[in-house]
Design a binder for this molecule. Structure first.
Ligand code: IPD
Ligand code: CA
Ligand code: CA
Length: 257
């Protein structure tokens, strides 16, 4: 299965890179405040659905660009054809395709492909991989040694003050913070040990489903801010190795969201 999916992701990734090189011709629609979408997102989703259906003809879909007509609660894909659309449209390289397969309400496969960097992250029951090589979350234990990732609130500004307080604390106690502009990339970089932890509010299932499973299979812990399991369909996510997860949870718990 992974072989077939890799080929599909490489093809759609090439399509996205070609389209990105003709940026000024891309028609952009603003779905709602700060939520951009282009025909490249929509066309990529169509190609993803077509390719994945060849592999799993009975599967349902939950896709950012509207593919939810095919329903099957026992087996379904959660897909984001471009995570990091704003980066894509402004000519940056940090965007990706993110997919996850759920069977009986549990993830069984996840893949995140970053076309501009030719990096394919994936996970299945045997572990997590980057371009076929096993990856693992970072083992750093002290907050002062860590590099953190987050995403800025951009449409729901409730909880902004608490969020800024968390940033203030981390700015003063870590090696720094990054805001890549793609939650899926933040997650897979956490899985590969390039970040020690990632947290964000108000993401959607397709932003996190693939990347969160890859973090888990890379030995990381993923929960909501309050330590629950509802990080895919809920309103917050916190991913890190177990020790850093605990330290981040304590900082976050001091605020109201
Ligand atoms: C966005 C990215 C971004 C996150 C936003 C998402 P999109 O997804 O993951 O990092 O901060 O919340 O909506 O719109 O580029 O698919
Ligand atoms: Ca997204
Ligand atoms: Ca998207």
């Amino acid at each position: 299965m992974h072989q077939h999916i890799s080929q599909l992701l490489f093809e759609i990734g090439e399509f996205q890179l070609t389209e990105q090189s003709k940026l000024s011709e891309i028609k952009v629609i603003e779905k709602s405040q700060n939520q951009l979408v282009s025909y490249v997102d929509i066309e990529s989703e169509k190609r993803l659905v077509k390719g994945l259906l060849e592999l799993t003809p009975t599967a349902g879909f939950l896709g950012e660009e509207g593919t939810s007509t095919l329903q099957n609660s026992d087996l379904y894909w959660i897909i984001d054809p471009i995570d990091g659309t704003t980066n894509f449209l402004f000519g940056h390289s940090k965007f990706c395709i993110s997919i996850a397969l759920y069977a009986d309400s549990k993830p069984v496969y996840g893949a995140v492909y970053v076309p501009a960097e030719k990096e394919l992250f994936h996970a299945d029951s045997s572990g997590a991989y980057l371009n076929g090589k096993p990856i693992h979350v970072a083992q750093r234990l002290q907050l002062s040694e860590t590099l953190m990732a987050t995403g800025f609130p951009y449409y729901n500004f409730k909880g902004l003050n608490g969020y800024i307080e968390v940033l203030k604390t981390l700015m003063q106690s870590t090696q720094g913070l990054r805001r890549m502009g793609s939650a899926a990339i933040d997650l897979v970089y956490t899985a590969a040990g390039r970040f020690d932890g990632f947290f964000e509010l108000n993401l959607k299932p397709w932003d996190v489903a693939g990347g969160a499973y890859i973090v888990q299979q890379a030995g990381g812990l993923v929960t909501s801010f309050s330590g629950e399991d509802d990080f895919v369909f809920g309103t917050s996510i916190l991913a890190a190795n177990e020790n850093i997860h605990q330290l981040l949870s304590e900082i976050i718990a001091k605020q109201e969201f």
